[in-house]
Design a binder for this molecule. Sequence first.
Ligand code: PHE
Length: 461
Amino acid sequence: MVQKRNKFSSRFGFIAAAAGSAVGLGNIWKFPFEVGKGGGAAFLIIYLFFCFVLCYPLLITEIAIGRRSRKNPVGSFKAMKHPNWTFIGYLSVLCGVLILSFYNVVAGWVFGYFVEILLGNFDIGKNFETFITDISEVGGYSLLFMVVTAFIVSKGITNGIERASKILMPVLVTIMLFLSIYALTLDNAMEGVKFYLVPDISKLNIEVIYRALGQSFFSLSLGMGALITYGSYLKKQEDIISSGAIVTLSDVGIAFLAGLMIFPIVFSQGLDTDGGTGLIFVSLPGVFENMGPVLGIFIGALFFLLLSFAALTSTISLMELPVSYLVDQKKVRREIAVWISAGVIFLIGIPSLIGNGYSEFFTNFITYFGAEKATDFMTFITDLALNTFLPIGGFFISIFAVYVWKRRKLFRELSYGNEKFLKSWIAKYVGFCLQYIAPVVLGIVFVITVLEVFFGVHLFK
Ligand code: PHE
């Protein structure tokens, strides 16, 4: 029996879901610490370049592939009569599983911070290291997060989540605006702004480039079929070109705002910009504390609660990948597919959970060739899934779309819902980026990254 595939009910519903997938911990937790690691504005510029030149064209391509095939990433290449390209689909599902496994751990920290600040524990920032090694507590929060995600996904992409994101995202952005303005009034704030916005070219190196690439893909949920999946639920008459632009702009805008919020705070508190995964967790509670007990608890708890919601709309889209694969390809019932996925992914996440100081083995998990220090499990997974697999996924998707499926057919799909597209400059721009820039840049960065990160071969030093 062929079931009619669910569709997003409105243009807004689709944009909310896609933007909800894009906006998450990637923007507010990861982006600032990547900027910090990458030396500030140098990273920011490369990141912006990747977002507009590579990511936007790929984003609309993924959605178009999904809408054309009406399938999950594994099924979509078969449905389009190019079964040899199915490996991209498997890579996507694998990536979704790996990313969700550590993402859910960080989401647990965020939710834990909500609870702690609600209880007036502003010292949590100073005690971040102790907090994340309290495994029964953070483990509990991340288990809770997985269960909530699974519960929502098991109901299908409900109106609930669409409706919730519609209200919650603007509130989150308002709080961030408020916090960045507040941050700008702190002592030494301008140093932070300078670090963030005035580029220091000497900080530019290949590591900055590949991290900015991974970050841009991760933040826009690209290179792993999340948007193929969402595109498969999109109606023919919807305009992919402008919806995609809205998603890209809001994602980039929120990441940018997060930097504007964090760096003045980091500089005013004399913290290290290279604070890694702990950056927002260490720097923010002090600011809430300065606001006084009532306002501090209110704004602080609300901030972490809303960040939990932003993370939730992303974990939902990540979980949808293995689930839609099991449902479409393996004919597993949706509820069962969800709980199997949740259980397996939670288990795969355990090394990330305990690899932040609790377990010596997973904290110093692997030492790359030529590296001085060992890398923890979570960083290893991000290097692998995010900085390596996502750009490869993007590389193959761009090649597939323009050279195998063919630019003409891709453009025809994109023009449904936007009749002017074919004659517009955007079509030329997108075509050029996909056909020439994406394969070349992604191919080169990929080779250099693998050599440098995993084999310690430094081509540029
Ligand atoms: N884009 C999400 C974020 O920035 C993470 C994500 C990646 C979600 C890939 C889905 C797919 O937090």
